[in-house]
Write a protein that binds this ligand. Structure first.
Ligand code: LP5
Ligand code: MN
Length: 243
């Protein structure tokens, strides 16, 4: 069995989500062979040195819980989100989680999936795409990570606030995937079943691309009392509610 989760936005401000996630890792996920995390596991990740932040043991507790799961033999893999694109090799080594490229094609004996966070397809949001190009650049990344952790945390907080206020002025279509870009994406990935998060608009969409039926599963973000995982049992994909 393979499980997929996305958009938990873990932070000390949402203890209910943390509790559900630790419960998920200790119970539901133990019976899986693989767990895929499709981005935005964390509310904001300012660099891997935040694991040992002396001011905050939150991230260490999450990394340790992931390590217990990977040590128990469950293969855990992660695609970066727009909040945690700075999760790096130190995080991977400490947690046992494998970092995947975005998009990632998951070829199984009975089915093909393509996995992504989903933000790259929100092509109508020009402000966001410009921001994304800037921060995903390796020179920018090196310069940012050279700043003290306290400064990076302050920048991340300021950007979160900026993002929340910018979103108030954006119409809904800007914050969803672009239909044409999505169709091209499905074609480029051989009409595989597409699973993504990011938009916080959970639904299962039916696309007809070049006369071929393709499913697109949008995962839900987690809230204090409710979360979601998708489960592939080898034949069917189903949504499971987590509480
Ligand atoms: O995240 P969410 O759901 O609120 O909205 C996203 C887009 N916003 C973002 C910004 C993140 O929320 C900020 C997270 C920072 C954590 C990273 C840690 C450290 C990195 C620091 C980087 C400097 O991704 C939002 C989309 C929305 O999804 C839907 O798709 O609309 O996009 C924006 O809000 C972007 C704004 O429109 C433009 C922001 C311009 C900011 C310019 C500052 C540049 C500073 C660069 C370097 C210091
Ligand atoms: Mn996102």
């Amino acid at each position: 069995m393979i499980l997929f989760i996305s958009d938990l936005h873990l932070s000390p401000q949402t203890p209910g989500v943390k509790r559900m996630f630790l419960d998920f890792l200790g119970n539901r996920a133990r019976s899986a062979e693989q767990l895929f995390i499709l981005g935005d596991l964390f509310e904001a990740w300012p660099g891997d040195d935040c694991i040992d932040d002396p001011e905050d043991g939150f991230n260490l507790a999450i990394v340790d819980a992931l390590r217990q799961l990977t040590d128990a033999g469950v293969a855990v893999a992660l695609i970066h989100g727009n909040r945690d694109f700075l999760l790096g090799e130190a995080f991977a080594a400490r947690s046992g989680v494998r970092l995947l490229p975005d998009p990632y094609v998951l070829s199984l004996p009975a089915w093909q999936f393509v996995l992504s966070h989903g933000d790259a397809l929100c092509t109508d949001d020009h402000d966001y795409q410009a921001f994304r190009t800037q921060v995903r650049n390796s020179a920018w990344r090196t310069a940012f990570l050279a700043k003290p952790l306290s400064e990076r945390k302050a920048i991340a907080n300021a950007l979160r606030q900026k993002s929340e206020s910018a979103k108030k002025d954006k119409t809904q279509y800007l914050m969803d995937v672009n239909p044409g870009a999505t169709e091209d994406f499905l074609r480029e990935h051989g009409y595989a079943t597409f699973i993504h998060g990011h938009t916080h608009q959970p639904a299962t969409h039916d696309h007809i691309v070049d006369g071929i039926h393709v499913e697109r599963w949008v995962m839900a973000d987690w809230h204090e009392a409710i979360g979601e995982c998708l489960c592939w049992d080898g034949e069917t994909l189903t949504r499971e509610l987590l509480t």
